[in-house]
Structure formats: structure tokens, C-alpha cells
Design a protein around this ligand. Structure first.
Ligand code: NAD
Length: 357
């Protein structure tokens, strides 16, 4: 089969890790007899430098014309002084909105081979955990009304959390459907003891739960969830939550798996075109040094094959290659303890995974 893939390499380590994922996707195409056509577009800081805007129209058009999108990461200190509307991170919100991507799937799995990299004690992680965070991506406070006004103490800034029943229902259905395909357990996380928008969220989720009687459904307040993730992550399977809570909790979930460099994500909407990206940022501290862990981006490529192209065997093969390389003891620097020998570079890790494939 033939597919057109838009590449948004972005800034910092973005180009290194996207090149790694492309190398592994090329290998998968060769092995399984497919053809992937890659076209690169600018996004983030590099787009500001070249065009003055973090998300040029050409990038949006290129992504809309492709079968799927693979993103590295955007941002860095060079662009930190840009005004709010022109910040590199604004491009992420813009491209998600332009592609209608309202669902973010973030698997967080502790690989048995990486147990030592998790900061949690053995007694807590047991023989590992495997959870899926379903985060709403185009609503809530990141998209609500914002601005400055005169308040009780003088000038103040405000942002608004707003959710409609429609938005809650559509992300809720994705989460219940994901739970049905996994262990039929779903926890919805909100702050319904304080926020009106959370009370509507909870009421809507409860109504949906009646349609999915096979799913063991529960609610949890976000502050408790932050605590429970480090106290007993194995109690969770699928988690559904709002844009901002999902942003924060998924980073927490990533860290307890050992390294943020391991975790992939998929952003989906109504069509099969998705956007796939590692959950980490552009890591300016290690950019250009060939030190980045490419696995999150390689696994994002595998998610693209599974969710957008329906190529499950190919996705399984990439995931198995990553497993085999980790089981053989190969590590990038972020996955190593101080006494474990010398780490692989980004390109060496990519090479090992391609060979394993
Ligand atoms: P970050 O995820 O870039 O880095 C946090 C830490 O994790 C750093 O020490 C970094 O070296 C390390 N790290 C991240 N990915 C790694 C990898 N693949 N291999 C090895 N180590 C890795 O987060 P940050 O430092 O808070 O943000 C840096 C920049 O990235 C900021 O401009 C931020 O706005 C941006 N950002 C972008 C995205 C995105 O593009 N989706 C997401 C988060 C942050």
C-alpha cells in the first residue's frame, strides 16, 4: 500500500528523532512491501525564523493533503520572548484545531526491561503497568476566552475553562470504546467538587456509562489522581480527562515509566488522518548532540501504522523490535543508571531497532 506522510520535524531534537522514525518506517515499508512518501513542512520556531509565523498556511495545507502527520517537537529558549499568539507552542494548538484532532491517546507502559529506570519502588510497580490516558485536545482552558482586565487587586489576567456536552460526549465515547477494547475499566478525572465545567463533565460521563454497562466506570478528583498515579498506578487502565488535566497527568504517568523519551501519542479526529508525536518537548539541553532517545517517536510511527493505516502487523513488528532491543540491554543515556556502561547515541539506537526489525 502507498501512503503520504507529512513530517513536521520542528525544533531542538525534533529533526533528529523524526529522522530516526522515518528510518524505521522505511525499513518497515521495505519488509512489508509498502511505499511511504514523506514531505517535510515547517512548524514552530524554525517556521518563525523562516516565515515569521509558527504555523504557515503551507504547513496546514500540506498536512490536510496528507494521509497522516508525524511531528517531532517545537519550541526552545530562542523563541521564549515571542508574544503569546506567535509562540512556537501556539502552532501545536493551531494544527490540532485545523486537523480537527480532539482526542489524544497516550499509552504509558512500564517495560519490564526498564523497571530500574522507574522512580517508583518495586513493591509499587510490581510486574509493570500499562495504562492509556485519553485526553481531550481541542477544548477547555487552552482554547477558552482569555485576556486582561481590572480586578479586585488591579490589572489581572484570566483564562476560561469551558466544555460543551458535545465535546464531553465525543471524548467520552472514545474513552469508553478504548476501555471496551482493553480491560473494560475506565476512570474519569475531573475537579467536580470545585468547577462547574467538571460537574457537567461528570454528569455527561455518568450518562454515557449507562450505555456501556460492561465497563467498570469510576470518577476521581484530579488532585487525588495525581497522588494515586504514584501510589498505585496499577489500579488504572483507561483514564479520560480534560485538556489541561490530561496535559499534566500524562507527563506524570510518563515519568513513572522511566523516561519521557519512551512515550508515544496519537491525536485523532473524525477521519483516519491523525497526528503522531512523542509526548516530550524539544529538549533544547541535548539538541544537536545525537543523545536523544528516538523510541517515543519510533513508537509514534508504529501508532500511525496501526490507527491511521490499519497496518497492525507492521505496528506490532516495530513494537517488538523496540522490545527486543531493550531486552538485549541497549539504552540511550536517559534510560541508564550511573553504573550501567556507555549509552547508545540516537543514531545507534535507531540502527539497532532497524536491524531488529
Ligand atoms: P522537554 O520534554 O523538552 O524536556 C524535559 C527533559 O527531558 C529535558 O531534560 C530533556 O533533555 C529530557 N528529554 C525530553 N525528551 C527526551 C528524549 N527524547 N531523549 C532524552 N531526553 C529527553 O520539556 P521542557 O524542557 O519543559 O521544554 C523544552 C521546550 O519544548 C519548551 O520550549 C517547551 O515549550 C517545548 N515543548 C514542546 C512540546 C511539543 O512540541 N509537543 C511538548 C512539551 C514542551
Amino acid at each position: 500500500m502507498e501512503f503520504n506522510i507529512a513530517l513536521l520535524k520542528g525544533d531542538g531534537i525534533g529533526p533528529e528523532i523524526v529522522d530516526s522514525a522515518v528510518a524505521v518506517l522505511e525499513k518497515a515499508a521495505e519488509k512489508f512491501g509498502h511505499k511511504f512518501n514523506f514531505t517535510s513542512y515547517l512548524i514552530g520556531g524554525c517556521a518563525i525564523d523562516a516565515t515569521g509565523k509558527p504555523l504557515p498556511q503551507e504547513t496546514v495545507d500540506g498536512c490536510l493533503a496528507s494521509d497522516s502527520v508525524l511531528l517531532g517537537a517545537v519550541g526552545g529558549p530562542k523563541w521564549d520572548d515571542q508574544p503569546g499568539e506567535n509562540r512556537p507552542e501556539k502552532a501545536l494548538l493551531g494544527i490540532r484545531e485545523a486537523l480537527g484532532l480532539y482526542t489524544n491517546l497516550r499509552p504509558a507502559k512500564l517495560y519490564p526491561a526498564l523497571r530500574n529506570a522507574s522512580p517508583l519502588k518495586d513493591g509499587i510497580v510490581g510486574d509493570g503497568f500499562d495504562l492509556m490516558i485519553v485526553r481531550e485536545l481541542t477544548g477547555g482552558i487552552y482554547f477558552g476566552d482569555r485576556g486582561y482586565r481590572q480586578g479586585k487587586y488591579g490589572e489581572e489576567a484570566f483564562d476560561t475553562e469551558a466544555y460543551s456536552v458535545t465535546e464531553i460526549e465525543r471524548i467520552g465515547r472514545v474513552a469508553f470504546d478504548s476501555a471496551m477494547k482493553r480491560s473494560k475499566k475506565l476512570c474519569s478525572i475531573d475537579k467536580a467538587n470545585v468547577l462547574e465545567s467538571s460537574r457537567l463533565w461528570r454528569k455527561t460521563m455518568h450518562r454515557l456509562a449507562e450505555e456501556y454497562p460492561q465497563v467498570e466506570y469510576s470518577d476521581m478528583f484530579v488532585d487525588n489522581a495525581a497522588m494515586q498515579l504514584v501510589r498505585n498506578p496499577r489500579q488504572f487502565d483507561v483514564i479520560v480527562t480534560s485538556n489541561m488535566f490530561g496535559d499534566i497527568l500524562s507527563d506524570e504517568a510518563s515519568q513513572i515509566t522511566g523516561s519521557i523519551g519512551m512515550l508515544a501519542s496519537a491525536s485523532m479526529g473524525e477521519t483516519t488522518r491523525g497526528m503522531y508525536e512523542p509526548i516530550h518537548g524539544s529538549a533544547p539541553d541535548i539538541a544537536g548532540q545525537n543523545k536523544a532517545n528516538p523510541i517515543a517517536t519510533i513508537l509514534s510511527g508504529a501508532m500511525m501504522l496501526r490507527y491511521s493505516f490499519g497496518l497492525s502487523d507492521e505496528a506490532d513488528a516495530i513494537e517488538k523490535a523496540v522490545d527486543n532491543v531493550l531486552n538485549a540491554g541497549y539504552r540511550t543515556a536517559d534510560l541508564m543508571g550511573s553504573s550501567e556502561g556507555s549509552p547508545l547515541t540516537c543514531t545507534e539506537m535507531t540502527q539497532k531497532i532497524s536491524e531488529a526489525l
